[in-house]
Design a protein around this ligand. Structure first.
Ligand SMILES: NC(=O)c1ccc[n+]([C@@H]2O[C@H](COP(=O)([O-])OP(=O)(O)OC[C@H]3O[C@@H](n4cnc5c(N)ncnc54)[C@H](O)[C@@H]3O)[C@@H](O)[C@H]2O)c1
Length: 452
């Protein structure tokens, strides 16, 4: 349910309210070491079926149960598990039943958005770690619920933000930590993906993903762009998001496309799409950095997550991946292809597993690397790369942008889901050493401004 307020003051008060903690921090808390990670899948449609295939290729991952209201999808998943040589998994129409089993360590959730938080919460309350598709939550109340449940149950909630594991993104992370771009000042992130056909289809995501276009006006899908930029900026490991302000354009492209492609007697012809085609939100961080975060899934234009990070010594920008580094371009203001620096900065995950990942995995291998990492952290008894605080803070631009736009583009305080644990800490330093190959700057340079 969308969070709606009578006045701007009421909205700010709500957003700024930190509920009482129900447990202690989950930052840096390791998984119990397990040789074999036993999984239950909840939702095996387009995405869940793909993740299942990649999981079956990971050493040490065993799929014991599958749940989906669609019998055809359950059977398709069962057959895939059997084909991979694993025992026939239990099949349930009711997702609660797989969360309640006592032979499951991790529940993998790839259902429609509205179920993500209730399913992750139920899994944690039944003693399982939860891995949940993006966005993990669609309201601020849900964001807090994920954090509070993880802290209370001592189970992790990992949001499956695959884009953090992209070849360019992990190389960018290495370059940022190596200090190539100097003091980081600004990032740009987006989900710009023309999905008009999918939104209006009579199958798959067309059955549910158009709904928020009818009743929301904000940034519906913020995490793919924001996750990697948050990693570059050490968010929750020395920095945090402090403010958000948002603006949406008018809505045009989905209506026009629907009128041009959908038969006149189709009930969809009566729908009214409220969500502006382009949402642009601005986020500020405690260390004085800014982030542009955009969302547009209806305008005809090429795919982009922007993926820009800049600092006092240079800039990396994606689509296509390129860099500009101070003093390295013979005085010409021209980009250089990022590939020229691959031998110096390519991430070790991609050096070691890139070939296999590309052969097996969806989204150019990114999904395999993400799944492999999650299973590896559980098998080695390490903390996860992404925790409940990341899930909450990267999902929060959804509801925050809705509230900002609905209240005259109000600047909102950004909830501190870590309740103060975002400052540089031992857990944050360890995180950096686990994930980055090239570290010369983990500390945020002293003296960076801390705007109020
Ligand atoms: N990370 C990525 O790159 C990526 C890519 C695609 C989709 N996604 C996300 O994955 C999720 C699923 O998307 P999709 O493309 O597979 O959609 P889909 O419509 O193809 O599949 C959804 C599946 O969930 C099932 N389902 C419906 N209600 C359910 C419930 N209450 N419990 C369990 N299952 C239920 C449906 O029967 C269907 O099989 C969405 O959150 C989407 O945003 C992420």
């Amino acid at each position: 349910m969308k969070e709606v307020f009578k006045s701007a003051e009421e909205a700010v008060k709500y957003v700024a309210t930190v509920p009482p903690a129900q447990g202690s921090t989950m930052q840096g808390v390791p998984f119990d070491k397990k040789d074999t990670v036993r999984l239950a899948f909840v939702g095996v449609g387009g995405r869940g079926h793909g993740l299942l295939g990649e999981m079956l290729a990971c050493d040490g991952a065993k799929v014991v149960a599958v749940s989906d209201p669609s019998e055809a999808n359950r059977v398709r998943a069962k057959e895939r598990v059997e084909k991979a040589g694993q025992a026939t998994p239990a099949m349930e129409a009711d997702w609660k039943k797989v969360c309640e089993r006592d032979d499951v360590d991790l529940v993998y959730i790839a259902s429609p958005w509205e179920f993500h938080t209730p399913q992750a919460v139920y899994a944690m309350e039944h003693g399982k770690h939860a891995a949940v598709e993006v966005p993990a939550a669609t309201t601020l109340a849900e964001c807090w619920k994920l954090v509070d449940t993880s802290e209370r149950t001592r189970k992790h909630c990992v949001m499956l933000e695959n884009c953090c594991y992209g070849q360019t993104e992990l190389m960018a992370l290495n370059m940022v930590r190596a200090g190539v771009f100097g003091t980081i000042t600004h990032g740009e992130a987006a989900y710009i993906h023309e999905l008009r056909g999918l939104l209006l289809s009579n199958a798959g995501e067309g059955m549910w993903r158009r709904e928020p276009h009818k009743n929301r006006l904000g940034n519906l899908y913020p995490t793919h762009g924001l996750g990697p930029v948050a990693w570059y900026m050490n968010v929750h490991r020395g920095d945090r998001f402090t403010k958000l302000v948002s603006m949406s354009s008018l809505s045009a492209a989905l209506d026009e496309y629907r009128d041009a492609t959908v038969p006149t007697d189709d009930p969809k012809r009566k729908e009214k799409y409220t969500c502006g085609d382009m949402n642009s939100s601005l986020i500020q961080t405690a260390r004085g950095r800014t982030i542009l975060l955009q969302h547009d899934v209806v305008t005809p234009r090429p795919y982009s997550r922007l993926n820009l990070i800049q600092g006092s010594k240079g800039t990396l920008c994606d689509y296509p991946a390129r860099v500009y580094i101070d003093g390295g371009h013979s005085g010409k203001h021209e980009w250089r292809p990022l590939d020229e620096l691959k031998s110096q900065y390519e991430h070790s995950f991609w050096q070691k597993y890139g070939e296999l990942a590309k052969k097996i995995g969806g989204h150019g291998g990114v999904d395999y690397i993400m799944n492999y990492r999650l299973v590896q952290t559980m098998r080695e008894g390490l903390p996860p790369d992404m925790d409940c605080y990341d899930a909450a803070a990267w999902s929060a631009p959804g509801p925050l942008s809705d509230i900002s736009v609905a209240n005259g583009n109000l600047t909102l305080p950004y909830p501190d889901f870590t309740r103060g644990h975002w400052q540089e800490s031992e857990a944050g330093k360890e995180w950096n050493h686990r994930l980055c190959d090239k570290i010369s700057i983990v500390r945020i340079p002293a003296g960076t401004p801390m705007p109020k």
